[in-house]
Every structure is written in structure tokens, then in C-alpha cells.
Design a binder for this molecule. Structure first.
Ligand code: ZN
Length: 388
């Protein structure tokens, strides 16, 4: 069988990232492409990929992404399966293998139609971000604020709801390649603005909620893994953000200083660990046992509420006094200890799957990210109710 048109690969769209080195027809039919991932601008980080393949229905594709020994998280590749979609709505997983010695990830997929999209995780485009902000801002009781702008002039959107004294901040996607964070935000916003939802009603009564669904729009558009357009890792800027390097952080921190913070959740994805977990603020100079007790209570309630969350795997804890205050969770917990008894946490969802409850078809997914947000908000409501 002969192919009439060669396969073609493109990444010239929102959050696209791939370098095409060669595309060759295979003797057995189908196509083999040799690819690599572009670094974040002004940075050495790379891991996020997102591209489109056009071919013929039925074509067998062999897509080999090379050079991954130098990627940001080489431990992210073993056991990882690439995300694939034919309709850009449902994202499944493709047959994927990793050659650790060669640093090469091989994705094998047969085209059903003439097009398929491949990504490190189901993308969350800036167009979808604007759709989300427009929809949520139009709902009753929601105040939209533009807290500032990114280095490239994109808005840093904040959606505010509720009138209670407890100040809650939810923010995500400091690392733009961690698109599951914005899927989580979509889930949180849908629940929090549901007029009938009992947890949301309680939270809106007791709290003022400030939600920043995307802290790094420039990196998101550009298909970055970890930095803004200037190559700055925003989650290492919270001790001293500046308008020149990190206006995205500066404007959010200024708004937090105005409101104060009782509860903060910074939402991320983790490349290597096949589980959902939270990381806290052990080692901050202002640590109080009361903060620790409430952090642990939140964690344990969430673990008992959903099998998609666990407490065995996670990051090592910082020793006393050794917390990195450039990271937002440590900075916010420490900054608002004395004034608010703040509990802050970093939520990590996997790029791979939750191996305690694996999903062969989808792995970790947008749908599960959204449902996890629902459970997190239910637990937050319980914590707020317990505090009276
Ligand atoms: Zn992250």
C-alpha cells in the first residue's frame, strides 16, 4: 500500500511544543518521526510537548521523542503514557515506552481519522481560560478582578465569591505545563458557584474565596513546562517578586496582603510520582503546632473522602527552620501565621496516574482533576465548619 501524502507534524498553536527532526515512511507502512522538545525560553527546563499529526486514516505512527535524559524530570518518563486525542475533547493514553539508556520516548498510535493531537497532559488553552473566566464572572455573586498583567501583557484573572471573614486563596499553574492544575480550577469554580451545592453554600457564607486559575499565561501559550517568558520559575519568587521578573507573582501577593490569608492552595502537577498528594510548610520560621494540626486534619479528611488521594507518597519535609521561603506555600504560611494562623498547601496531581486506582484508558485526566477539586472543596467546607 502506498501513501499519497506524507504525514505532517505541527505545533504552531496555543501551548504547542515540538521540534521535528525527521519524518520517514516505514517499509511496513506508516510513519516514523524523530522529535525533541524545545526548552522554555531563557531557561534549560523542558518536558512539556503538544503537537498535531496529520496523515491518512489507518496510518501507524511511531513518534520518538529524543534527548530526554536532559529533561527537567527524567524520572517522569518511566511508566508514563502520552496523552492522545482525536477530537480535542476526550483525551486517552497512547501505547508508550521509554528507553532509559537512550533517553528516548516512543509513542505508537494508529490514526483513526486523519488527525491526532499528542500532549504531555490534556492541554488547557488560553481560549478555554477566557471562556471559563467569562462564564464564571457572569454567575450571580461573583466578582471578577484583574490583579495585574504578565510580562507579555496577559491578564492575571481572579474570581472572587462569598462574603465571610475567612480568606481563602486558590491559585494554580505557576508552572504552565501542569495543565491539570487549571482543570482542577475549572472543577473548583463550577462547584463553588453552584447555587444548590451545600459545601459551596457553606463556604460562600463563611469565607471570601479568591481564585486565580492561571498564574502563568505567557508560559501557557508558549508551551513552557516551568517558567514565564523571561525564564523565571514563578514558584521561586515569593520572597521578593519584582515587576521586571515576576509581575505575575507580585500582583497576586499584593492582593493577598490586602485581604489576608487563612487558607491557601497552590495547585500543581508532579512528573514522577504516580499519586495525588499535598506538601505543606514544615520548616517555616513562624511554625505553630496549631497550623500543623489543621494541615494534617485537612490531609486526612481528604484521604478518607476520595481514593484518588493518599498520604504515603510525597515530598520529603523540610527540617525545622529550613523551609524555602521563595516558594509560595512556605511564604504564605509564614507570612500569615501570626495574623491569620494560615494553613497553606501545595497540591500535586500526577502526569502519569494514581497507581492505587489506575485508569487504563485515560490515566490521570481532566475529569479526575475536576472531581478532586470537588472533594477538596468539600473538605475545606468541613474544616471551616469545624472551626466555627
Ligand atoms: Zn509545579
Amino acid at each position: 500500500m502506498t501513501h499519497h501524502t506524507p504525514a505532517s507534524i505541527s505545533c504552531a498553536f496555543d501551548s504547542g511544543n515540538i521540534v521535528v527532526h525527521s519524518i520517514t515512511a516505514q517499509a511496513t507502512g506508516g510513519w516514523r518521526a524523530e522529535l525533541s522538545i524545545r526548552k522554555d525560553r531563557e531557561s534549560d527546563f523542558f518536558q512539556w510537548f503538544h503537537f498535531r499529526v496529520a496523515g491518512q486514516p489507518g496510518d501507524m505512527l511511531e513518534l520518538v521523542i529524543t534527548g530526554l535524559k536532559d529533561s527537567a524530570y527524567p524520572g517522569g518518563w518511566p511508566g508514563y503514557r502520552a496523552c492522545v486525542s482525536e477530537d480535542r475533547d476526550f483525551w486517552g493514553r497512547a501505547e508508550t515506552s521509554y528507553d532509559e539508556a537512550a533517553g528516548a520516548l516512543t509513542i505508537r498510535h494508529q490514526l483513526i481519522s486523519s488527525l491526532a493531537w499528542f500532549a504531555y497532559f490534556a492541554p488547557y488553552s488560553m481560549e478555554r481560560h477566557h471562556d471559563l473566566v467569562a462564564e464564571i464572572a457572569s454567575r450571580p455573586g461573583v466578582l471578577h478582578r484583574e490583579l495585574g498583567q504578565s510580562l507579555e501583557g496577559q491578564p492575571i484573572d481572579c474570581l472572587q465569591m462569598g462574603h465571610g471573614p475567612v480568606q481563602v486563596w486558590l491559585y494554580g499553574r505557576q508552572h504552565p505545563g501542569e495543565s491539570m492544575a487549571e482543570w482542577w480550577m475549572e472543577g473548583a469554580l463550577e462547584k463553588l458557584t453552584d447555587p444548590a451545592d451545600p459545601h459551596a453554600r457553606l463556604l460562600r457564607e463563611a469565607c471570601t474565596l479568591h481564585i486565580v486559575p492561571n498564574m502563568n499565561p505567557d508560559g501557557s501559550c508558549r508551551g513552557h513546562l516551568r517558567t514565564n517568558v523571561a525564564g523565571v520559575n514563578l514558584n521561586r519568587e515569593w520572597h521578593a517578586p519584582t515587576a521586571e521578573r515576576s509581575p505575575e507573582v507580585l500582583c497576586v501577593l499584593n492582593a493577598m496582603d490586602q485581604s489576608g490569608v487563612h487558607w491557601a492552595m497552590d495547585v500543581h502537577g508532579d512528573e514522577a510520582i504516580p499519586a495525588v498528594f499535598i506538601a505543606g510548610f514544615e520548616g517555616i520560621p513562624g511554625w505553630t503546632d496549631d497550623q500543623g494540626v489543621r494541615y494534617n486534619r485537612f490531609r486526612d479528611l481528604l484521604a478518607s473522602r476520595t481514593p484518588d488521594f493518599q498520604t504515603r507518597q510525597g515530598y520529603p519535609k523540610a527540617p525545622a527552620g529550613k523551609a524555602n521561603l521563595a516558594m509560595s506555600t512556605n511564604q504564605i504560611a509564614n507570612r500569615f501565621t501570626a495574623s491569620h494562623g494560615c494553613v497553606a498547601m501545595t497540591l500535586e496531581m500526577p502526569f502519569k496516574d494514581n497507581n492505587d486506582l489506575p485508569d487504563a484508558e485515560q490515566g490521570w485526566s481532566p475529569e479526575r482533576s475536576k472531581l478532586l477539586a470537588h472533594d477538596c472543596m468539600a473538605v475545606l467546607a468541613q474544616m471551616v465548619a469545624e472551626a466555627g
